[in-house]
Design a protein around this ligand. Structure first.
Ligand SMILES: Cc1cc2nc3c(=O)[nH]c(=O)nc-3n(C[C@H](O)[C@H](O)[C@H](O)COP(=O)(O)OP(=O)(O)OC[C@H]3O[C@@H](n4cnc5c(N)ncnc54)[C@H](O)[C@@H]3O)c2cc1C
Length: 403
């Protein structure tokens, strides 16, 4: 193998490149990135970049010296347009082709954008998005946030930190419904309200209204309206898999993404996938999963790249303890494993009233997740319990909770 193409210059793409070089690969590594920037970190976009404590330029994942040391054939501002396995090539959106003996698919996801055509309606996925939201928050004192998933909840928290009036609209009955059991979701409801957010739960957005080409208000399904000169939408993502259509790489239904095995192999030889778009099996969770988590993107890409080099002998399996964190109102929320749907929830340290706790989540007699609020060391201590199957009783005993 002399030429490896990595499509996508985000967290997964960077780690794939580093892993190839660390494993001693001396051939050509082409990194194709649709954005103009060298790989940067997205988590600060909804946190430090919005509050102004970090500049958009300050979030590069590597400094120039470390990045240059990777000796990449770097194609920024260019998209991978087609994978041509028969010709061992990837075609770029300018029609040029790059030789590809092996490919790492790491093109991630893009924010789902409502088609309003109105200025002042934003999504948040890229550096440019964050700069635009930040500029609008500087000019206006009120913002509506649509969707109380992690991105929406963080935007609400950051806008409050800037002293803006915030209305947060969520169709589900609690924030973070997709990720967290409602018994803990209710704590997050209180957290937003304690911090002055006007939280409208259980009601969807039915339309956007503007004046002079700029948003003025959003209409809610219950007939009410929210006046807002700035709207930020956190409506989830669409995966950047279109360029693979017709290539023979199998794509998943349902949660979508690129189907791969635990080694990161797709349905085509020498084509691996990693990051937000990789749909992989996880034995401890009894099915396939796709993780939109920063840590996952890096770790999964490193494994995929090593396995690509190992070829037919590829043996390294990726069975992570899923990990996600979020920063809201000066509190860190950390989730290890899964927290929804759960049969059981137990607060093993602290309590919701203190706004500081560690909660265990159980399903079918087993521990499936640990969620901490403002309790980093205590939360992370339980990671080993999730790396192996652990019964609910043993987990409680490890936390010193007798049942
Ligand atoms: C605002 C925000 C806050 C977040 N906060 C957290 C957090 O606190 N904690 C956490 O764990 N996770 C967080 N995440 C999630 C985390 O950032 C993602 O899981 C991670 O970025 C995924 O990395 P990736 O490389 O798989 O995909 P991406 O980051 O999406 O990178 C893929 C890259 O590929 C490019 N691309 C797309 N199509 C093509 C193509 N055809 N050819 C070439 N390039 C292409 C894209 O432009 C992009 O640059 C956050 C995400 C966002 C948006």
């Amino acid at each position: 193998m002399d030429n490896v193409v990595i499509a996508g210059a985000g967290m997964a793409g960077l780690h794939a490149a580093e892993s190839l070089r660390e494993a001693g690969f001396e051939g050509r590594v082409t990194l194709i990135g649709a954005e103009e920037h060298r790989p940067y970190s997205r988590p600060p976009l909804s946190k430090e970049v919005l509050t102004g404590t970090s500049s958009p330029k300050g979030i590069a994942l590597r400094d120039d010296a470390a990045f240059d040391a990777l000796r990449l054939d770097l194609r920024l501002g260019r998209g991978a347009a087609r994978l041509l396995p028969g010709e061992r090539a990837v075609e770029l959106d300018d029609g040029s082709r790059v030789r590809a003996d092996g490919v790492v698919v790491a093109t991630g996801a893009r924010a789902r954008r409502p088609g309003t055509g109105l200025a002042g309606v934003h999504v948040l996925r890229t550096r440019e998005d964050a700069e635009e939201v930040r500029a609008d928050l500087e000019r206006h004192d009120r913002v509506a946030v649509v969707g109380a998933g992690f991105v929406g909840a963080e935007v609400a928290a950051s806008a409050r930190a800037l002293g803006r009036e915030v209305v947060l609209v969520e169709a589900a009955p609690t924030p973070l419904t997709r990720a967290v059991d409602p018994r803990v979701g209710r704590v997050l409801t209180d957290l937003h309200r304690d911090n002055g957010v006007d939280l409208r739960l259980g009601v969807g957005v039915s339309g956007f209204e503007g004046e002079g080409g700029r948003v003025r208000r959003i209409r809610l399904a219950d007939g009410s309206a929210v006046e807002a000169p700035v709207v930020v939408c956190g409506l989830g993502v669409d995966l950047n898999t279109e360029w693979l259509e017709g290539s023979g790489v199998a794509l998943a239904d349902g949660a979508g993404g690129v189907l791969c095995d635990a080694r990161g192999r797709t349905s085509l030889p020498n084509v691996y996938a990693a990051g937000d778009l990789a749909n992989f099996p996880h034995p401890r969770y009894g099915g396939r999963m796709r993780l939109e988590h920063w840590t996952n993107a890096g770790e999964q890409a490193a494994v995929a790249a090593r396995n690509l080099l190992a070829g037919a002998g590829a043996a390294e399996e990726y069975t992570p303890v899923p990990y996600f964190w979020s920063d809201q109102y000066k509190r860190k929320i950390q989730l290890l494993g899964q927290a929804a749907p759960a049969d059981r929830v137990e607060f093993v340290h602290g309590s919701p009233e203190e706004r500081k706790f560690v909660a265990f989540f159980g399903r079918e007699g087993m521990l499936i997740g640990v969620l901490g609020l403002k309790s980093t060391p205590k939360t992370m201590r339980y990671r080993p319990l999730l790396a192996e199957p652990t019964s609910w009783e043993d987990a409680l005993a490890a936390a010193g909770v007798g049942r």
